[in-house]
Design a protein around this ligand. Sequence first.
Ligand code: SIN
Length: 283
Amino acid sequence: MKTKPHPGAGVEIWDVDLRRVDDATFAAIRALFVEHGLVFFRDQELREEDHIAFAARFGAINVNRFFPRHPEHPEIAVVSKRPEQRINVGGGWHTDHSYDTEPALGSILVARELPRRGGDTWFVSMYDAFERLPERVKERLRRMRAVHSAKHIFGSRTTRIRRFLGAGELAHNPELADALDDVIHPVVIKHPLSGREALYINPSFTLRFAGRSIVTSLPLLAYLYLHATRPAKVARFTWRPGSVALWDNRATWHYARNDYPGEARVMHRVTIAGCALRGSAPN
Ligand code: SIN
C-alpha cells in the first residue's frame, strides 16, 4: 500500500480502491487509522452502498439523529450547503458526537459535489495536542472531566439549526429531544483502540469542566483550544472529486471551511458507533 504523511496530521493512501478491500488491506488501513487518527484517499468511485459497506467494516453504523438522511440510504447523513445558504454545517472546530454517552468511533466523509475552490476541511490531532502540553498541565487535566452537550446547536430551543440547514429540515426530527441531556467525559481519555492519551474536549460541544461554571472554565478551555489549533499543526485537506476522509472522532477535531459563497457543497457522511470513554488516570 502506498502511503505518505499528510502535512500537519494524518496519512494519505494512494493505491487502494475502497470498493474492493481484502482483509489484509483492510487490516493495514485500520492500523493506519489507529496510529494516525486521520486517513485520506483519492480518486475513489464509491457508490452509496460501497461507502456504507466500508464503514461497516469498522463497526456498527451510528445514524446521526440531527442531520438530514439520504433518502434511499438512511445510514448516510447528508452534509450540504446550498448556494443561497450562508452558514455551513461543521463550520467550527469539533469532533462528531461528543455529546453522546458513547461517542462515535469515527466518520467517513465522501465528496459528492464541490465548489470550484474552497470548502477544505481542516483537521488537528488530539494525541499531538495532548503530547505538546507542559507536564504540569497534563497532570491537572488527567484528573478533570468535562460536560458536553448538543442542545445549544441542535436543540429545539435554538434557531441555529434552522440557520444551518434552512427550511427547518432538522426541526422536524422527532428525536431532537434526545439531544438535550448533557453528558460528562474525561478530559484526557485513554484511547480505546490505541491506548494512547488524547485530549477529549472540543470548542463546539464542550460546555464547561465538571464542577465548574462556564465562566470559570473558559480561560483553561480557551488556552487548550488555541494550543490544539496552532496553524503549523493543522492538516488542510483540499477535496477533489473522488476524495474520501476517514477520521477518528476520539483523536481528532475537524472544521469545515465556509469560504465558497454562492456555491453548493454536498458531502455524504457515515459515522461509526463507539463506546463509553475511560480516563487515562487510574480510578
Ligand atoms: C462534518 O463536520 O462532519 C463535515 C465536515 C465537512 O463537511 O467538511
